[in-house]
Design a protein around this ligand. Structure first.
Ligand SMILES: [Zn+2]
Length: 199
């Protein structure tokens, strides 16, 4: 028997069943009712399956809409979070408690991004800073090519702004690694004095 013939036979069987149901409506309903009475578990399972299938279809449809309307979706999420701050915070806290690995990974990524930042201080500010210290490395005092070193490393909460930057040569910068050593020694600069008082 070919696949085509099999399909044809199936279709014929479906038609015959339908015909029978039409001609024997009362008997069919009675049979169905009896089946339901005798197999409550199966009927329940069937309902549950169909309900979960529908729910899945609905969820898939929602997701599709969200992907097609990213901006609208984000705006509606923001609006909801604004109007339901407590619920939103609780939901974030629940998610964090349930996903400690993802929380850690997020923290790591944020730190990496911050460390990779081109800087909130400008190149002009850095050049000005180097000039103020005579264009030498503040550690070895040699007129090497200077790099911007974070006095307090970003990793330890140091800011990425000019008041946390000192010019060091590449070699001294590498040796300093993640220590928080302040080589800025010019006592005539009020800014530095203020920084040292604060530190
Ligand atoms: Zn140096």
């Amino acid at each position: 028997m070919t696949e085509e013939q099999k399909e044809l036979n199936k279709e014929r069987a479906r038609l015959r069943t339908r015909e029978w149901y039409r001609a024997n409506r009362e008997r069919a309903l009675a049979r169905e009712a009896e089946y339901r009475r005798n197999n409550p578990e199966k009927v329940k399972a069937c309902y549950t399956l169909s309900r979960s299938k529908k729910l899945e279809q609905y969820k898939a449809k929602c997701k599709e809409w969200q992907e097609d309307n990213r901006e609208k979706y984000q705006a509606s999420k923001d609006k909801w979070a604004k109007e339901n701050r407590d619920k939103a915070n609780a939901s974030i806290a629940n998610w964090k408690a349930a996903n400690p690995d993802k929380v850690l990974e997020g923290t790591r990524l944020r730190r990496a991004r911050k460390a990779a930042l081109p800087g909130s201080f400008t190149q002009a500010e850095f050049i000005e800073l180097c000039a103020k210290y005579g264009n030498i490395c503040l550690c070895c005092k040699l007129p090497e090519k200077l790099t911007a070193d974070h006095v307090i490393p970003v990793k330890h909460g140091g800011r990425n702004s000019i008041d946390n930057i000192q010019p060091l040569c590449q070699s001294c910068n590498s040796k300093k690694h993640t220590k928080s050593t302040d080589y800025r020694i010019d006592p005539t600069t009020k800014e530095i004095d203020a920084y040292q008082e604060a530190a």
